[in-house]
Design a protein around this ligand. Structure first.
Ligand SMILES: *[C@@H]1O[C@H](CO)[C@@H](O)[C@H](O)[C@H]1NC(C)=O
Ligand SMILES: *[C@@H]1O[C@H](CO)[C@@H](O)[C@H](O)[C@H]1NC(C)=O
Ligand SMILES: *[C@@H]1O[C@H](CO)[C@@H](O)[C@H](O)[C@H]1NC(C)=O
Ligand SMILES: *[C@@H]1O[C@H](CO)[C@@H](O)[C@H](O)[C@H]1NC(C)=O
Ligand SMILES: *[C@@H]1O[C@H](CO)[C@@H](O)[C@H](O)[C@H]1NC(C)=O
Ligand SMILES: *[C@@H]1O[C@H](CO)[C@@H](O)[C@H](O)[C@H]1NC(C)=O
Length: 724
């Protein structure tokens, strides 16, 4: 390779390194953990698919899993241990009826378990699609046996007919709140509460317009309320925007909420929500149009703080497949609640003859405020329940359920953006790190069977790792975690897996442990191990999550080089895999930096020396150069003492002729990878300018001797250049 070109390789690598932090769009996980079945507990039943519903029963030590035609109870500590199961299959007749209506008897005409909730009396409520005829039943777990009570109830409005249709549900005080479609065609969307006083949404496009329901959350807003407010149920969904006066109606993300005490109106809105209000959620990713669409939400609350401090962690993905970015936006419950309680409404106005335009309502708003829960002020006015609400208030909210103000995420921008497989599910856990501060760790499931673990440190996005938890690249359909077991549970079409919240043993050095910036992990200098803080060890641990300051680590003991030998003219591969995707690997021979040449090939997993000569003898060091927030750190991954064997003697370590083909493939892969990086940088517009600048400054002679320090300087130079 021409020296100039190799300089550019080094430079491009450092660019990639620098970009990792500078540009959120290029953020990628520091560590990629491939699938390994030995590391993962898995539950899968032969011939059973679609493990997409879960109920955590920490009180019983169970994880209850809803799949196709079956419900399982597995051990919360080891999901591969099945403790009980019930089958709930459709009958031959049901399957035929469903098939006669034009549905696929082998796939759609089965019973997909969609609803699993705990009741106050310890039983469970379970619903399934039941061959396009949804049904619900009660289920008990007694003495290690799980049983359906066969008290089947109509599941219409609780559970979808169509197994492919999105839905959301929540159980509060034995009342089921469900958002799904009421009919066979899937064309009548509702948010409904059952069974006590059944209340539902009005069937109007201004209320719900071709919605895709995502999730629901409960907030106990009556607790310590100074205004005598009610508890609320929030619903997240996407729908076609009625309010947009554009030709192609875009899909928008929404949050709606209803009051728990809502009993409907007396004449207007009879048996309908009087408190259904909705607002648009925005997650601005690169000012993209059309907007990104909501996919999942996790309600995060600190149990020690009032509900106003709760947050909604929300996943967004692009509407069209022109982008492969996914994002997490975080919303404050208090911001959402304020829009509903004080914000302006949108109202439809007819312009010209039939064209309807939605604008901000600026007229007089009736009292009590439309959509508000019954509070002390209303009670004082003699309105004790929603049945007492005046028609004026009810008519107003019936026609204007949409708020004018758009809800913006915390900080006005996403908390995480990533390129790659689309996000599907999110959960968030809080952990107290060694600095006594608490951090929110996001665990995000993707369409590719992976879980991404990430933290936003004061505005800086950091992806700790991406773990492949399923063998196949299949979407993660559900995510749950337990703080009793400190385990995470993920379901897909093929099964359920369990992984620990933290696997600190993946770091074998202090440097790697600290640079991983995982708030669950710290380095225990006494045992020389990277351990989890969850184990509450007495020892002081070395950790620096905010800065990634690895200078706190003790100086590592000098490594013992591994002996290798190669004959003259032979080939040798020195293995070295860098634990971090954020680092650049550097090779040294007798402490002098090696550069790729036609005889020295830098592979992803090592150094390949071809056509060895006497000059190749020496001490080879594989160094990892990682730039963290605080500084750039260099560590030795492995060292080899290479000797040149007497010619004619094959020593077995060298590169036999039979592997030559493999070698060529390796070279080809390297070339492709290089050109990938090359063209990516050209695309990004960094290459042309930077490489010209740098090669103008550095002569090839300088480059031949270029030491590690120079590379670090290059990186810093670049940053200064970028900043000015
Ligand atoms: C159920 O799983 C099968 C097998 O992976 C898959 O082809 C199908 O799309 C899934 N059905 C639903 C409703 O998710
Ligand atoms: C419900 O029906 C199933 C299958 O017919 C049966 O095994 C089970 O014992 C029944 N449950 C009760 C509580 O009777
Ligand atoms: C409600 O107020 C009581 C008494 O002031 C307090 O102990 C409790 O923690 C508060 N609850 C919440 C959820 O804030
Ligand atoms: C509301 O409740 C108060 C006290 O419980 C009662 O005096 C009043 O008559 C009630 N008002 C209506 C309209 O029912
Ligand atoms: C999904 O995973 C497969 C292997 O598991 C990988 O080849 C592919 O590149 C991944 N796709 C994305 C978008 O990351
Ligand atoms: C964290 O709290 C512990 C116990 O309260 C204390 O000993 C320690 O010094 C604190 N650490 C920091 C970094 O503040």
């Amino acid at each position: 390779m021409h020296p100039l070109l190799s300089l550019c390789v080094v430079w491009l690598l450092s660019m990639a390194l620098a970009l990792g932090e500078e540009s959120s769009v290029n953020s990628f996980p520091r560590r990629t953990v491939p699938y390994h079945r030995d590391n993962i507990y898995m539950f899968h039943e032969e011939g059973v698919f679609n493990y997409s519903t879960m109920l955590l029963r920490e009180d019983l030590g169970l994880l209850v899993i809803g799949a196709r035609e079956a419900v399982y109870a597995v051990d919360l500590h080891d999901v591969s241990k099945k403790l009980a199961s019930v089958k709930w299959e459709v009958t031959q007749k049901q399957r035929e009826d469903c098939g006669n209506k034009g549905k696929n008897p082998e796939t759609e005409c089965k019973n997909y378990i969609r609803i699993l909730h705990e009741m106050e009396d310890n039983r469970m409520y379970v619903c399934g699609t039941n061959a396009f005829d949804p049904m619900c039943d009660y289920m008990s777990y007694v003495d290690g046996k799980m049983m359906l009570e066969n008290k089947t109830e109509n599941g219409k409005g609780k559970c979808p007919f169509d197994p492919y249709q999105k839905y959301a549900s929540l159980m509060v005080d034995d009342d089921l709140y469900s958002a799904t479609s009421m009919n066979f065609l899937g064309s009548e969307p509702v948010l409904i509460r059952s069974p006590d006083v059944s209340i539902r949404t009005e069937f109007k496009t201004s209320w719900l317009n071709e919605p895709h329901f995502v999730s629901m959350a409960y907030l106990p807003e009556s607790v310590n309320s100074t205004t005598g407010d009610d508890d609320k149920v929030y619903l997240f969904f996407s729908e076609t925007a009625v309010e947009c006066d554009c030709y192609n109606k875009p899909v928008v993300s929404r949050v709606a909420r209803v009051c728990k005490g809502d009993l409907g109106g007396q004449r207007t809105l009879q048996k309908k929500w009087t408190s259904f209000l909705k607002a648009t959620l925005e997650c601005p990713v690169l000012e993209s149009q059309p907007p990104y669409i909501i996919q999942d939400t996790y309600r995060w609350c600190d149990p020690k703080k009032p509900w106003t401090s709760c947050l909604f962690y929300t996943i967004f993905t692009p509407q069209s497949d022109t982008s492969d970015l996914s994002a997490v936006c975080v919303y404050k419950v208090s911001d959402i609640s304020q829009v509903f309680s004080e914000g302006k409404y949108k109202t439809p106005v007819t312009v010209e003859t039939s064209f309807v335009k939605w604008v901000m309502y600026s007229g007089e708003v009736p009292s009590p405020r439309p959509g508000a829960c019954i509070d002390n002020a209303a009670r004082k006015a003699g309105i004790n329940e929603t049945l007492d609400l005046p028609d004026q208030t009810l008519e107003f909210v019936k026609n204007r359920p949409l708020m004018d103000q758009v809800i913006q995420p915390m900080g006005g921008k996403p908390s995480l953006v990533r390129k790659g497989a689309m996000f599907t599910q999110i959960i968030v856990n809080q952990v107290q790190a060694e600095d006594n501060k608490t951090y929110h760790v996001m665990f995000i499931g993707t369409e590719n069977g992976t879980i991404v673990k990430a933290v936003n440190y004061n505005g800086e996005m950091f992806i700790i790792e991406e773990v492949h938890v399923f063998k196949l690249a299949e979407p993660i359909k559900i995510l749950r975690f337990s703080t009793v077991t400190d385990q995470l549970y993920a379901g897909s079409d093929s099964g359920v897996v369990q992984i620990p919240l933290a696997t600190c043993e993946r770091s074998s050095t202090c440097m790697d442990c600290v640079l991983s910036r995982d708030p669950y992990c710290g380095w225990d200098d006494r045992t020389g191990k990277c351990v989890t803080l969850l184990s509450k060890s007495q020892n002081k641990l070395i950790q620096s999550v905010q800065d990634g300051d690895a200078s706190l680590c003790p100086k590592p003991a000098p490594s013992t080089p591994v002996n290798q030998s190669v004959r003259v003219g032979g080939s040798l591969k020195l293995h070295c895999t860098n634990p971090s995707n954020h680092a650049v690997t550097i090779w040294e021979q007798d402490r002098l930096t090696l550069n790729p040449t036609h005889r020295h090939h830098f592979l992803k997993d090592g150094l390949l020396i071809l056509n060895a000569s006497d000059s190749d003898a020496g001490l080879y060091s594989c160094l990892s150069v990682e730039r963290s927030k605080m500084n750039t750190y260099t560590s030795t991954v492995v060292e080899y003492q290479v000797t040149i064997a007497l010619s004619g003697k094959e020593d077995g370590i060298g590169f036999p002729h039979a592997q030559r083909d493999g070698l060529h493939v390796a070279i080809a892969i390297f070339a492709i990878a290089f050109f990938g990086l090359f063209s990516w940088n050209i695309y990004k517009g960094h290459f042309t300018r930077s490489c010209r600048d740098k090669s103008g400054q550095l002569s090839p002679e300088v480059h031949e001797e270029m030491a590690l320090d120079s590379i670090v300087v290059v990186i810093i130079d670049h940053n200064n250049g970028e900043a000015t």
